[in-house]
Design a protein around this ligand. Structure first.
Ligand code: ADP
Ligand code: NI
Length: 214
């Protein structure tokens, strides 16, 4: 099987598993991340096959989505074995999905350009127009307000405050989204992040103007 065929089959396999997912990691998130990652792989001269495969698989074993991480990892392993992907490529793909999908990647630095690209693509999808839409969708799903003027907005809002319900969709921009542009790894992702960041700033300025009835 050639690389394109393997990618196409893997797309179908992942799509089938995520098609009913509604919490922000649906199939279309994965498809956008894999499109973005493939594009970055070309621009950054990285391994296109590894990047695209890891992007497609990056949310399958995410601890927010599944009950049993090991079971999910085993099912990915079986899938890659069935496609006869060699051990070296398999371990690179696993290294990427384990270092980026799990909450904060355990803070360990990413080892390869391919890993950095998949992380950039995943983070870009939390920015811009799509990022705004995902945030309001997620907040609605969690029963949070779109904005709560009684809650302070601080640079250093903690995850605990958010877990205690001390948050809103708009607060999430300050908690996370506006920080993402400085976390990009690759040059091409930094450029795209600037554009998406600016778009979110414009959105927030307009949001607050309308909120105050100006
Ligand atoms: P990822 O693992 O891809 O970083 P998350 O599970 O943290 O994604 O979030 C999925 C989507 O929901 C993202 O767009 C993210 O910005 C948004 N999101 C996460 N936490 C919150 C929150 N507390 N309030 C609003 N949106 C959130
Ligand atoms: Ni993701």
């Amino acid at each position: 099987m050639n690389a394109e065929e393997i990618i196409r089959k893997t797309e179908a396999w992942v799509k089938n598993q995520l098609i009913d997912e509604r919490s922000g990691h649906d199939w279309y998130h994965v498809k956008r991340v894999s499109n973005q990652a493939s594009k970055l792989a070309k621009l950054e001269n990285a391994d296109y096959f590894i990047v695209t495969m890891a992007a497609l698989l990056h949310d399958i074993a995410d601890d927010k989505l599944i009950e049993n991480e090991q079971k999910a990892l085993d099912s990915i392993k079986d899938w890659l074995d069935s496609l006869e992907i060699n051990q070296e490529e398999q371990s690179h793909i696993f290294d990427i999905i384990q270092s980026i999908s799990f909450k904060g990647g355990n803070g360990s630095p990413l080892r390869t350009l391919e890993a950095k690209i998949v992380q950039d693509a995943d983070r870009l999808d939390a920015m811009g127009a799509i990022g705004i839409a995902r945030t309001f969708t997620y907040s609605g799903h969690k029963g949070q307000a779109m904005y709560d003027p009684n809650l302070e907005i601080r640079e250093n809002m903690t995850l605990e405050e958010y877990r205690n319900g001390q948050s809103s969709a708009v607060h999430h921009f300050y908690e996370k989204l506006l920080k993402l542009k400085d976390l990009m790894n690759t040059e091409h992702a930094k450029k795209e992040a600037e554009i998406r960041h600016q778009y979110m700033e414009t959105f927030l300025a307009q949001f607050f103007q309308e909120w105050q009835g100006k």
